[in-house]
Design a protein around this ligand. Structure first.
Ligand code: ATP
Ligand code: MG
Length: 391
């Protein structure tokens, strides 16, 4: 029996001019997500996307993968047949045996968007209800509180029979929300921050500041592995690995210790903003959360923020660590994030960081650094790594 996946897009945004853009983006993202699994035909009509595997064996894995694609609110796995009532009843009888064997009560809902079809929706419901009762004698119809609702949909391309919808990832399709640069460390927070903004339709580019040899090749590998895991949701991901050691050494050599972290964070912002500009991105994204560490107090964040000179998204700002960890587990980055390679060397962590830094003092403390030269040197040393989903 031929099966298909029907994906429903968010209705609210499917208005006016945005609709075509939205649907095209969802379809592109679906195709990209399914490419490593097998061949699928993807087409859309009436705010539903039809995803048909060329090989029926790919349907299960396809269904799982579709749950990662933003812009889809629900998915159903359905049997397809011709728009012929006899064939529909026959298919329904066979296809629904398994789900119906687990319940005692059911009802049928029918929807006829193809008005050429000779039976009305109530007629289809009656016929199908009768057929399913006759092949499943243990069942009773319960229209108010059924254990299972089965759906028969008569649409443009054919008739579809299924036993319900599962939730999709929600959000907006990647690419419809613009582009931003994610500051990606090896920790728990930044992959979650990237995921949350990708969910709003943002296309991500990642920047990682690498402090070799204070941090090892394996620490970089860990960041790349996080990036690869994020590809499930964000599609492809370019990671710019920025050599950061010289900047950190210079900060240590020239600046007052209590400002190390804040000055370092300002350099990260400046370099990321420069990369954003080169990449045509309109914002930065960090995993900062208010009060989590000394550099994330309201005062420290304002001083850091000032260096960015552009919009900075901090989607975790009001979240507790526990809440962040819950998302991190959900998106499957947690286990990688807690692997024991640190991303920021303790050599550069001050013993007593300033929690209430004052911008003018920070600027004075970093006066001796040759900012332009250091930043250009870092930008010149960038290594770019293109990531795709493992599969
Ligand atoms: P995370 O869990 O994301 O590492 P954190 O709680 O350890 O965050 P910080 O180390 O202060 O907090 O970093 C705050 C944010 O700054 C990170 O979420 C990330 O966006 C960015 N960041 C920190 N270190 C790096 C790095 N080496 N490369 C790129 N971005 C970084
Ligand atoms: Mg960190």
């Amino acid at each position: 029996m031929k099966e298909i996946l029907l994906a429903k897009c968010g209705e609210l945004v499917l208005k006016g001019l945005n609709r075509g853009l939205f649907e095209r983006a969802v379809m592109d993202n679906i195709k990209r997500r399914l490419a490593p699994i097998g061949q699928f035909s993807v087409r859309s009509a009436q705010s539903t996307i039809y995803i048909e595997p060329h090989n029926n064996d790919d349907i299960e894995e396809g269904l799982t993968a579709l749950q990662d694609v933003f812009g889809i609110v629900s998915i159903s796995r359905a049997a397809v047949c011709r728009k012929d009532i006899k064939e529909i009843l026959e298919t329904a009888g066979q296809y629904l045996t398994k789900p119906l064997s687990d319940v005692q009560t059911f009802k049928v809902e029918a929807k006829r968007s193809d008005k050429q079809f000779p039976l009305t929706s109530p007629e289809i419901m009656n016929e199908a209800g009768g057929k399913l009762l006759s092949v499943n004698p243990h069942l009773k119809v319960d229209v108010h509180n059924p254990q299972l609702t089965v759906y028969i949909e008569i649409r443009d391309f054919g008739a579809y029979i299924h036993a319900g919808r599962i939730p999709g990832a929600g959000g907006m399709p990647i690419g419809t929300g613009g582009k931003a640069v994610l500051l990606l460390s090896g920790g728990i927070d930044s992959p979650v921050a990237g995921y949350m903004m990708a969910k709003r339709g943002i296309e991500l580019t990642a920047v990682h500041f690498f402090s070799h040899p204070y941090t090892s090749e394996r620490a970089k590998e860990k960041v790349l592995e996080l990036g690869r895991k994020m590809c499930r949701y964000c599609g492809r991901l370019n990671v710019f690995v920025v050599p950061f050691t010289h900047i950190q050494e210079e900060i240590k050599r020239c600046c007052n210790e209590e400002y190390f972290t804040i000055i370092m964070r300002r350099y990260m912002m400046k370099i990321a903003a420069q990369i954003a500009q080169n990449e045509g991105a309109q914002a930065l994204i960090t995993g900062e959360s208010l009060g989590q560490v000394a550099s994330q107090t309201i005062g420290a964040l304002s001083v850091t923020n000032e260096a960015a000179g552009m919009l900075v998204f901090r989607p975790l700002i009001g979240m507790d660590k526990e809440e962040i960890i819950t998302v991190s587990r959900k998106i499957d980055t947690f286990e990688t994030s807690i692997l024991p390679y640190e991303d920021c060397c303790t050599v550069f962590t001050p013993r007593h960081p300033r929690t209430k830094p004052i911008l003018s003092h920070v600027l004075r403390a970093s006066e001796k650094l040759n900012e332009e030269e250091l930043i250009n040197e870092a930008l010149d040393g960038i290594e770019t790594i293109g990531l795709k989903l493992n599969n």
